[in-house]
Design a protein around this ligand. Structure first.
Ligand SMILES: [Zn+2]
Length: 344
């Protein structure tokens, strides 16, 4: 019922190892079974970094930081008291405050650790991630109680400037809207369509189909980690939840399983000389559970923040909506799997 469609694009190019003679080059286009979005898998091109980036100059940057202890309390504002009575939410070293740049009906920013201005990938641990995610969910529940019309929620992050982050101090963000984001609309409508035709949950069926296959990475509790058949970016890995169709429903056990899995993914990225990432987890809207929608935590790497870095986002991604992928998801899964072995 889930079709993994792959098309040979019959590419030809001069062969450098054969005096420039024109020959066939393996190049395939893959179509995501749910969204129908297409991706191209290249061969013979490896855009992955050969050595770890030097982040010392970046990490040592001084100057004003709104998320550091000492400044944080003075320059961030509390939430409206009828939504969040405490104003700001804190849990251990994590905190969550309103985002002063409104990008959603209700926008918040969470800080993993206000006592540390910089965290390398190796510095993220389960406690920091759990605390920040816990606050994001708690805040989302408060927003939903106060504004039941904001039914489209998500939790996402940029990490380091090359991923789009404007503040170096590691943070994550949430959105609560009356309308879905583009991908939320596509995932929710695709899931609804699949449920209508097949009477099942697309994501349950996807996990069942991928279990033990070449794109299966591992499990942390009820979350299955896989690589997507048609990735949207480099080294993309998904954590598909066994339950939960909305981020405001997430309970402690699931958040601990998410923190466990995310730490493993970050360790894998670190070992591959990557340093920057984006992640996102979108809720399926008001009919999520009815249609078998399941939360999917999606994470991918971005270019390292070298001084003259080459962006991994080209016109293919920005204007043609057709990502170029250099490492097939099957290879990513094979490499990432060892970081999950003890969890299976
Ligand atoms: Zn800071």
């Amino acid at each position: 019922m889930i079709e993994f469609k792959e098309i040979d694009l019959q590419a030809k190019a001069p062969n450098l190892t054969d005096g420039g003679r024109w020959s066939q080059v393996p190049l395939v286009q893959r179509i995501d079974p749910l969204t129908q979005k297409s991706t191209r898998l290249l061969t013979g091109v490896k855009l992955q970094p050969e050595s770890p980036p030097d982040l010392s100059e970046l990490a040592a940057q001084g100057g004003f930081c709104p998320f550091c202890d000492g400044t944080f309390e003075n320059v961030t504002y509390p939430f409206e008291s009828d939504v969040v009575p405490a104003g700001r939410l804190r849990r251990n070293r994590a905190a969550i405050v309103p985002n002063i740049m409104a990008y959603s009906g209700y926008s918040s920013v969470g800080i993993y650790d206000t006592s540390r201005h910089f965290l390398g990938l190796e510095d993220f641990n389960e406690e920091l991630i759990f605390d920040a995610m816990y606050l994001m969910v708690e805040h989302g529940q408060m927003v939903r109680n106060s504004r039941p019309d904001l039914v489209w929620s998500s939790i996402s992050a940029n990490y380091l400037p090359s991923s789009g982050s404007s503040v170096l101090h590691p943070h994550l963000q949430s959105s609560h809207d009356i309308e879905p984001m583009q991908i939320q609309r596509e995932l929710a409508s695709g899931t609804e369509r699949y449920h209508r035709i097949n009477s099942g949950s697309y994501f349950d069926d996807l996990v069942a189909k991928e279990l033990g296959g070449p794109r299966f990475v591992g499990r942390t509790g009820s979350i299955s980690w896989i690589t997507p058949f048609a990735p949207r970016g480099f080294q993309e890995i998904w954590g598909v939840f066994g339950d939960y169709g909305d981020v405001v429903e997430l309970e402690e056990d699931a958040l601990r399983e998410l923190a466990d899995g995310l730490c493993r993914v970050l360790r894998y990225y670190k070992a591959g000389n990557f340093s920057s990432f984006n992640f996102s987890m979108v809720g399926g809207g008001p009919n999520a559970s009815e249609h078998g929608f399941k939360l999917v935590f999606r994470i991918l790497v971005r270019s390292n923040p070298d001084r003259y870095y080459r962006s991994d986002v080209t016109y293919f991604e920005r204007l043609l909506d057709e990502p170029l992928i250099d490492v097939p998801p099957e290879e990513v899964a094979a490499s990432a799997r060892s970081y999950f072995i003890e969890s299976v």
